[in-house]
Design a protein around this ligand. Structure first.
Ligand SMILES: *Cc1c(COP(=O)(O)O)cnc(C)c1O
Length: 458
């Protein structure tokens, strides 16, 4: 390893350098993200209308477009200490393997049992639910990372946790399911016959293997029909991006510590929470005109919300029980091809990131899943960490940028978010190794068909 004497392989922060407040990028946005609408009236949702769904403190955070800093309660800062700070790593080995003059850094969020950044928001959401005196929370999970993170957080704060897990994952990822049960959660395959919306979806699509949008509908119904329960969501929402700003704040402090400024910041984008969190403080500087960064969202070619979706109001779920959000969307009925194994399968995108992308503050690119797994393997073999398929979208884009630097001779500094580990994704890796993985890309006709169902909003 050719190491720069001034830059350590890993930059860690001390306990007193850890952020004491989350940063709310909306405060610095001239064009605020469009408000959530009540699907019945088409009017912006008021806080009171959200109280049956989310706990109060989180509603306040969801609707707060003005306060730049929101204090992280001491209890949350304390439990963050179990798995934070996360290291900022200089990918010396990867740079060497690529023969690039680029300097590559990644912020690694996989160093906890749930294996991803999702625990950052799970801990916060469970804390506020407990503080409000609730009995428990309900949620959906797709690949299982969010459900696992929430199960851990609920066990920590003493809350009941009810997870609706997309049926295909429930069957294909028994280990994820058992980790959740180990932390005390109850896990139901979705769609189920436990909810009215689940029964309706099963009647309309018998034999369906489920989708995130459908599991969300069930979890919301389960929360709003039970005394003392609220619904929590692991991505997309403003509050989740706020909690995830801890990633970017730590990264910024670590960079300041070593006197480095990234040129390019890259993150994978499913619902937008890790990317939103990673870029937050950098985007803040960009919005205030203090610095400039190239910011790139990376999404799967099989679920291309930013690059081929429409910026419009849409439902956040399949059952159409949730509020309408203005976002880049493929239509709430969109379901990625069944051979898509790489995660990031949500039809929509954070309203904050959607607005920033629409206003030209960031770029987006899409990558094919076999290229993603090639990049994942290349990374694992030199940097050691076995990455989650989701994270590997960012790895692929970072490698491409580094190789471009090799052609031009530019010494760019690249930061990417390494959101998690892939130990529970070995079926997908197996498919890749056996040459059974394909790159299905939806046709324009297929996208037009799912976009035709967008709600009409005046
Ligand atoms: C959930 C998840 C993502 C995608 O979600 P975002 O909200 O877009 O960040 C990415 N990587 C990992 C490891 C995940 O678990």
């Amino acid at each position: 390893m050719k190491q720069d004497e001034k830059i350590p392989y890993k930059v860690y922060l001390t306990e007193d350098e850890l952020p004491k407040a989350w940063y709310n990028v909306r405060a610095d946005m001239k064009n605020k993200p469009a408000p959530l609408l009540n699907p019945g009236t088409g009017k912006p949702l008021q806080a009171e209308e959200l109280y049956p769904i989310f706990c109060k403190e989180l509603v306040a955070q969801e609707l707060d477009n003005d306060n730049p800093f929101i204090e992280i309660p001491q209890e949350i800062r304390d439990c963050y200490k179990m798995f934070r700070p996360s290291p900022l790593v200089r990918a010396y080995f990867l740079e060497e393997a690529l023969g690039t003059p680029a300097k590559i850094y990644y912020k690694f969020e996989g160093n906890n049992t749930s294996g991803s950044h999702k625990l950052n928001s799970a801990m916060a959401q469970a804390y506020y639910a407990k503080k409000q005196g609730l009995k428990g929370v309900t949620t959906e999970t797709g690949a299982g990372q969010w459900g696992t993170a929430l199960s851990m957080a609920c066990a920590f704060f003493g809350l009941d946790c009810k997870v609706y897990m997309v049926k295909v994952s429930y069957e294909q990822k028994p280990f994820r399911r058992e980790v959740m049960r180990t932390y005390g959660a109850s896990v139901t395959p979705s769609p189920s016959t436990e909810t009215e919306v689940g029964k309706r979806i099963l009647a309309e699509h018998p034999g369906t293997t489920g989708s995130l949008g459908c599991a969300i509908s069930e979890a919301v119904e389960a929360a709003t029909t039970r005394e003392g329960y609220r619904y929590v969501l692991g991505s997309v929402l403003n509050q989740v991006l706020l909690h995830q700003s801890i990633i970017g704040l730590e990264a910024k402090t670590a960079f300041d510590k070593i006197g480095v400024k990234p040129d390019i910041i890259i993150g994978c984008a499913g619902g937008g929470s890790n990317l939103g969190g990673l870029i937050s403080p950098f985007m803040g500087e960009k919005l205030r005109g203090e610095a400039d960064y190239r910011i790139i969202a990376v999404e799967p070619a099989s679920c291309p919300s930013f690059t081929r979706g429409k910026f419009a109001y849409d439902f956040c779920d399949t059952g159409k029980v949730c509020p309408l959000a203005k976002m880049y969307t493929l239509g709430s009925g969109f379901i990625p091809a069944p051979n898509h194994a790489g995660g990031l399968r949500y039809h929509g995108m954070s309203t904050i990131l959607s607005q920033l992308y629409h206003d030209g503050y960031m770029e987006a690119t899409s990558v094919c899943q076999t290229d993603v797994f090639k990049a994942a393997e290349q990374f694992a073999r030199v940097e050691g960490i076995l990455p989650a398929p989701e994270s590997s979208h960012a790895i692929k884009a970072a490698i491409d940028e580094a190789l471009r630097c090799k052609e031009t001779g530019e010494e760019k500094t690249i930061l990417f978010g390494l959101t998690g580990t892939g130990y529970f994704d070995m079926f997908a890796y197996e498919k890749f190794h056996n040459g059974e993985m394909s790159d299905y890309i939806p046709t324009d006709e297929e996208l037009a068909a799912s976009l035709a169902s967008l709600p009409v909003v005046e």
